[in-house]
Design a protein around this ligand. Structure first.
Ligand SMILES: [Zn+2]
Length: 107
């Protein structure tokens, strides 16, 4: 079950997933039921990474630990989650870990 609090983030993640998959599947065909692994071979490495981040975030919503930093466990800033719903880490950990993820987010 999705916590009502994360409904906007979940909707944004699903839109993101749809737009990443649209070049392969068209607008909606098969997307709702396919699992993450099924089409990984078909997309570019960069898109695969983005898609993996989206799936991971959706999974965290399901498991109830969405919005918590994977580095330090602190709650991630709400504004940050609104602008980058698939973000994994808080700004402090992000700074500490370098810029790989920032490039991913900016794309
Ligand atoms: Zn952190």
């Amino acid at each position: 079950m999705t916590h009502p609090r994360w409904k906007p983030q979940q909707a944004a993640l699903l839109r993101r997933r749809r737009s990443l998959l649209a070049p392969m599947f068209g607008d909606d065909c098969g997307i709702a039921t396919a699992s993450g692994a099924d089409y990984q071979a078909w997309i570019s490495p960069a898109d695969r990474q983005r898609l993996a981040a989206v799936y991971e975030a959706l999974d965290r919503i399901d498991r109830g630990n969405y919005g918590l930093c994977t580095g330090c466990g602190a709650a991630i800033d709400r504004v940050r989650l609104e602008s980058i719903p698939w973000v994994r880490r808080c700004v402090v950990c992000e700074d500490r870990q370098g810029h790989a993820e920032q490039e991913l987010e900016a794309a």
